[in-house]
Design a protein around this ligand. Structure first.
Ligand code: 6R9
Length: 655
């Protein structure tokens, strides 16, 4: 650990507010027998095997877990299909006419797809993929706004066993091209555009730029979301086809689901690591679906009659696992909203909750902090009495935001589940179970049944309660990632080498309090968490130095009231370049164009030099000290300590 981020939560451990499960909630909860923890601890494999009854298998597994550390296989020999489990099996029951997806576009349009509707669309989309030459094992890249075609095509991919790689619509052409090239996608599914705060995100134009550098892509399918009259796009003859035309060419309404091996790749999702190159996190079929289905059922206490609304974007793992796969696997109704929370006004979510009668609501701390800043009058304008459970994910939630959320959104009656997990973990790992767990604001509480989290020191020894350390997971779980696409060495080195091949290193720091509850403190590596989005400092720095005016750059995360962390960049201009405000604006824009608007630095500080060790490593820790107004840490290893004085003065001048 380069710094002591642990110090920052000492205060939180003194939090004394406790919220036991309300009796009536506990009585009706999907899981309210505390023995489940002990059962799972004593016989984790038996526990997961029993849970696997939640899914429909074409062929039963021969072995629950094959663990050859760090490599794992779950439900070895088992066969199943994800789209069958999320769609087909429900239309054989009374759920056939139940709403599967309740979709709302930002401009106010809506589409409700019953399981029967979804069945038809997914089958036809799977046939469309086959018509385009996609075969089992081929990768399909998806760059869509939050519209129904997104879950439809993901399920269609899973139906034929073509792993999808969804790229968040806010990413730039460059970022899209990198991801397409890394997984060598054969087909790209995109749209003419998407709506965001009333404006149009030019997805097809971005895709066209990306496609100049992506030799693997043979065909491009374009959904007409915005419309040719409003936002015309170029279609390249022989390569591009409109979604509606490709769907019209499909004959038949049924595409038999492939019976796939439990370990067949389901999707690749890229996430930031400590180097400039994003990691292609690979999830597989059986274990992943089981993990997300069971956690959806238990953590969100999701019932058939509920309306469930997760505000994430499907471009991130939260949307994959908890808008699409988890909820649909258990036959739930999942609400999906295309746009911004403050469009047309700051009560958009509450308007949706009231109109749709949402019962369970899942969002991120950064959103909650925005709601707090906007003021309680926005939720107060709406009847939110349908809500019975609230959740949060993405970053540590400060106790004040947690309590505000419980009071102003949850009416003081809804349990709040703070769920810790990652793109890599696939499913929620540390979380309360709302019918069982006494909640402490700010704590994700404890491991889900069958999960063994621990906190260890530099040597890998468990630390005493109250002491900070590395958050690790000591036993495999079904929904864990199986490798990094095309880079198994990086899988081993990044996650399973520090404390040996049996211990998963999450990259987060944490502490346990006296009750054994976990408090997550954030990343220990060079990964920032900006409004719940993971961004690597290296990616940001590479983007900055790709600008001709920049000689060198160092990026750090600075505490930010709403975003959790804000991006501060220290930049050394090339010789002869004048460090002007204009240049700072240009650099911020350059990073937004290179990676995506979420990566736009909040502040740029020009400096003649960066603080470096004698081995030429940039000392980001000292930059953080300056940015957060702390006394400077150890500077003895610096080549030239006077550099810091200069930076400090500039920093102070610009505040
Ligand atoms: C699901 C998701 C993962 C990182 C993770 C951690 C942070 C997520 C959290 C949390 C504190 C929680 N994180 N949930 N920190 N409390 N409840 O967000 O995946 O985008 O991969 O980010 O987010 O730092 O390491 P991902």
């Amino acid at each position: 650990m380069s710094t002591d981020p642990m110090g920052t939560i000492t205060g939180l451990l003194t939090e004394t507010r406790r919220y036991p499960p309300p009796e009536d909630f506990a009585a009706q909860a999907n899981i309210n027998d505390p023995a489940v923890y002990e059962r799972a601890r004593k016989d984790p494999e038996g526990f997961w095997a029993e849970a696997a009854e939640l899914l429909d298998w074409d062929q039963r597994w021969e072995k629950v877990l094959d663990w050859n550390p760090p490599w794992v296989k779950w439900f070895v020999g088992g066969k199943l299909n994800v789209s069958y489990n999320c769609v087909d099996r429900h239309i054989k029951t009374w759920r056939r006419n139940k709403a599967a997806l309740v979709w709302e576009g930002e401009p106010g349009d809506e589409r409700i797809l019953t399981y029967q509707d979804l069945y038809r669309e997914v089958n036809r989309a799977a046939l469309m993929l086959k018509n385009l030459g996609v075969q089992t094992g081929d990768r399909v890249a998806i760059y869509l706004p939050m519209i129904p075609e997104l879950p439809i095509i993901m399920l269609a991919c899973s139906r034929i066993g073509a792993p999808h790689s969804v790229v968040f619509g806010g990413f730039s052409p460059n970022a899209l091209a990198d991801r397409i090239n890394d997984c060598e996608a054969k087909v790209l599914i995109t749209a003419d555009g998407g709506y965001r705060r009333g404006g149009i995100v030019p997805l097809k134009e971005n895709a066209d730029k990306a496609l100049e550098q992506t030799p693997s892509v043979e065909r491009v399918v374009v959904v007409e979301r915005v419309g040719r009259d409003k936002h015309p796009v170029q279609m390249r003859e022989g390569r591009d086809i409109w979604w509606h035309d490709a769907m019209a060419q499909v004959s038949g309404n049924y595409c038999p689901p492939e019976s796939l091996d439990s370990e067949h790749p389901l999707f690749i999702l890229y996430t930031s690591g400590t180097t400039g190159k994003p990691k292609g996190v690979l999830h597989t079929t059986g274990g992943y679906l089981l993990g997300v289905a069971l956690t959806t059922k238990w953590v969100f206490d999701l019932k058939d009659e509920d309306v469930y609304f997760c505000t994430a974007d499907i471009g991130w793992v939260t949307g994959h696992s908890y808008i699409l796969y988890g909820p649909l696997a258990i036959g739930a109704t999942s609400v999906m909203y295309e746009g911004a929370p403050d469009w047309p006004d700051k009560d958009r979510f509450w308007d949706i909750v009231e109109r749709r009668g949402v019962n369970i609501f899942y969002t991120a701390p950064t959103a909650i902090r925005s709601f707090m800043r906007w003021g309680p009058e926005y939720p107060a304008k709406h009847d939110l009495s349908s809500l019975r459970l609230l959740g949060t994910v993405g970053e540590p939630i400060n106790p004040e935001a947690w309590v505000w959320y419980r009071e102003h959104i949850g009416g003081g009656r809804c349990p709040v589940v703070d769920t810790w997990w990652q793109t890599e973990t696939g499913m929620i790992l540390i979380t309360p179970l709302p019918g069982l767990t006494t909640l402490t604001p700010g704590s994700a509480t404890r491991g889900f049944p069958g999960i063994e989290p621990d906190i260890v020191d530099e040597q890998g020894n468990s630390v005493p309660r109250g002491q900070g350390g590395y958050l690790v997971i000591k036993r495999p779980w079904p929904a864990m990632f199986r490798t990094l696409w095309g880079d198994p060495d990086r899988y081993v080195n990044s996650y399973f080498s520090k404390f040996g091949p049996t211990v998963y290193v999450s990259g987060d720091g944490a502490k346990q309090d006296e009750d054994g509850d976990f408090w997550i403190m954030g990343r220990l590596d060079d990964v920032l968490n900006v409004s719940g989005h993971r961004l690597g400092t290296m990616e940001l720095e590479s983007a900055l130095v790709s600008h001709p005016a920049v000689a060198e750059a160092a990026v750090i995360g600075v505490s930010h009231e709403i975003k959790g962390q804000a991006i501060a960049a220290f930049v050394t201009p090339r010789a002869g370049v004048e460090p002007t405000d204009e240049l700072a604006r240009e650099l911020r824009q350059h990073v937004a164009e290179t990676i995506g608007p979420i990566a736009r630095p909040d502040r740029i500080y020009f400096t003649a030099e960066l603080p470096k060790t004698r081995s030429a490593k940039i000392m980001r820790r000292l930059l953080r000290d300056i940015a957060e107004g702390r006394v400077l840490g150890d500077t003895t290893t610096l080549t030239d300590p006077s550099v810091l004085e200069e930076i400090k003065q500039r920093y102070a001048a610009s505040e």
